[in-house]
Design a protein around this ligand. Structure first.
Ligand code: SIN
Length: 507
């Protein structure tokens, strides 16, 4: 029977940073990182913009970063958390630099700080337009060198096991699907960290990778942990429009920070009608304005106009964006780039305290799946990688002090699910997943937001799925589908409780 002191689910920046710090500090503890695909298949590695840190104290200050974050969050942030994250940023950055992470510098050898929407100062450290990839690679290198960490790829966690001890619920292990052997197994552990990312794939258009199906939210909800603020889904204003409903390539906000304009069909800028900051207003405002423009002009997209920019500098700063556009026959020096808003980031999630702990004290959540109080209604650009580092650090410090309170459960659980993979259900669940995406996209974009109707539709989809499940067999498509269904229902219910700030039409 498998056993580890600490189980981490997910291999993005938050899970890996936690693993690295904890493994170094506590070589006596065994750590398993489980990830449902290959370790590098994460949202982190798609992050282009970078990481917001106050480094230039001559022009910038913690107070300004705090105020920008609070303003972007629309009065819904937890001020103490915002202060903690902003003030910790330089220390966490130092740790990234110590493992060899490289961020761009200017000719004077100083950080080449980028500007993004909602920031009053240039403060984004970046590695060209591949910041997340650089961080992910450096962390994965370290992880493989640490002897007390095991990395399990192609392992899909299904559910947590909890036990009640003296009126307190503890997590004692997890059931998971080992895709390599097509078997459902159980792992015992003393502490669990969920770092499973977001739920962008509940929407037809998203910048997220296909692994982002809200698994951590669904798993935590089934374990009885509180989920908060799932009505606050952030839409990135500038995903590359292709005419397809699918994962869309991101055109980083840093491109607007570098001076690109957002223009309509008549090649006119229109964002100043909505906010005096124009292209550099916060994402909620820019996405909303683009949506209105698309609606009023009956067009399927707007454009990014880069033609007036210093193109030599542009290509140097944005090589990945340039080469992706070029592959599609788009040349930013002469062509307008068609863009639309797309689901990008889940501001809510599993409710955690400042130590990343949930209401189940040995269950933690870090990264996008956690609701920490930092983002409020609308995350400030490039605050997500920062949040992941800070809360991974907090969790690591906390576990170091508390893990002795949690011993392995003596119960050895035999997986309750039969081991059988039905290949034929793949297509059926793919169709049902698309139904969820259409439902959530339409629900989120409609003025009315008819929750009763949406819940009724969820029930219909659930009924259709039940006819597909023979003898309780659990398969990978079924696991992802049921997580998506659970999260869809949570989003609908949270939207009923509290309206999200803007209605977005993504059709
Ligand atoms: C971007 O590069 O525009 C995305 C960065 C972020 O989501 O903060």
């Amino acid at each position: 029977m498998l056993k580890t002191d600490i189980l981490i689910v997910g291999s993005g920046i938050s899970g890996l940073f936690f693993a690295m710090k904890t493994a170094k500090k506590r070589p006596d503890l065994s750590i398993v990182i489980m990830t449902k695909k290959m370790a590098k298949n994460t949202s982190t590695q798609l992050a282009q913009g970078g990481i917001a840190v106050v480094t230039n104290l001559l022009q910038d200050s913690f107070e300004q970063h705090i105020q920008d974050t609070l303003k972007s969050g629309g009065g819904q942030c937890d001020e103490e958390i915002v202060k903690m994250v902003v003030e910790q940023a330089p220390e966490r950055l130092k740790e990234l630099l110590e493992i060899g992470t490289s961020f761009d510098k200017n000719q004077n050898g100083q950080w080449d700080l980028g500007l993004e929407g909602g920031h009053s100062q240039h403060r984004i450290l970046h590695h060209k337009d591949r910041s997340g990839l650089e961080i992910e690679k450096k962390l994965l290198n370290i992880i493989t060198e640490l002897p007390n960490i095991r990395l399990f790829e192609n392992y899909q966690v299904i559910d947590l096991n909890t036990e009640k001890k003296e009126n307190e619920t503890h997590c004692t292990g997890a059931f998971f699907y080992d895709k390599n052997e097509n078997k459902i197994k159980y792992i015992r552990c003393r502490s669990i960290i969920l770092s499973t990312g977001g739920c962008g794939n509940l929407f037809e258009n998203t910048t997220n990778p296909e692994i982002a199906t809200g698994d951590g939210i669904a798993i935590a909800a089934r374990a009885g942990v509180e989920i908060e603020d799932m009505q606050y889904i952030q839409f990135h204003p500038t995903a590359l429009y292709t005419g397809k409903k699918s994962q869309l390539f991101l055109i980083s906000e840093a491109v607007r920070g570098f001076g690109a304009y957002v223009v309509n069909e008549d090649q006119k800028r229109f964002l100043f009608k909505y906010d005096s900051r124009g292209e550099l207003a916060t994402r909620d405002i820019v996405s909303h304005a683009i949506h209105k423009e698309m609606h009023e002009t009956q067009k399927k997209h707007v454009y990014l106009d880069c033609r007036h920019l210093d193109m030599k500098a542009f290509y140097k700063k944005f090589p990945a964006i340039t080469s992706h556009c070029n592959e599609l026959g788009l040349f930013p020096e002469k062509d307008l780039i068609p863009v639309v808003p797309a689901a990008h980031y889940q501001c809510g999630g599993i409710k955690v305290d400042r130590n990343s702990a949930t209401a189940i004290p040995n269950l933690y959540a870090v990264g996008e799946c956690a609701r920490t109080g930092l983002h409020g209604k609308n995350r400030l650009a490039s605050n997500s990688l920062l949040e992941a580092l800070v809360f991974a650090h907090q969790a690591s410090e906390n576990i170091d002090k508390t893990i002795e309170l949690y011993q392995f459960s003596s119960k050895v659980l035999i997986p309750k699910f039969p081991n059988k993979e039905i290949k034929t259900d793949y297509v059926a669940f793919l169709i049902l997943k698309k139904e969820i995406q259409a439902l959530i996209t339409n629900f989120y974009s409609s003025e009315e937001r008819n929750t009763d109707y949406a819940i009724h539709k969820i029930k219909l989809i659930k009924n259709a799925a039940e006819t597909l499940i023979h003898n309780q067999e659990i398969t990978i498509p079924f696991i992802e589908f049921s997580n998506m269904l659970t999260v869809a229902l949570i989003i609908i219910k949270h939207c009923k409780k509290r309206k999200s700030p803007y209605i977005l039409s993504l059709n």
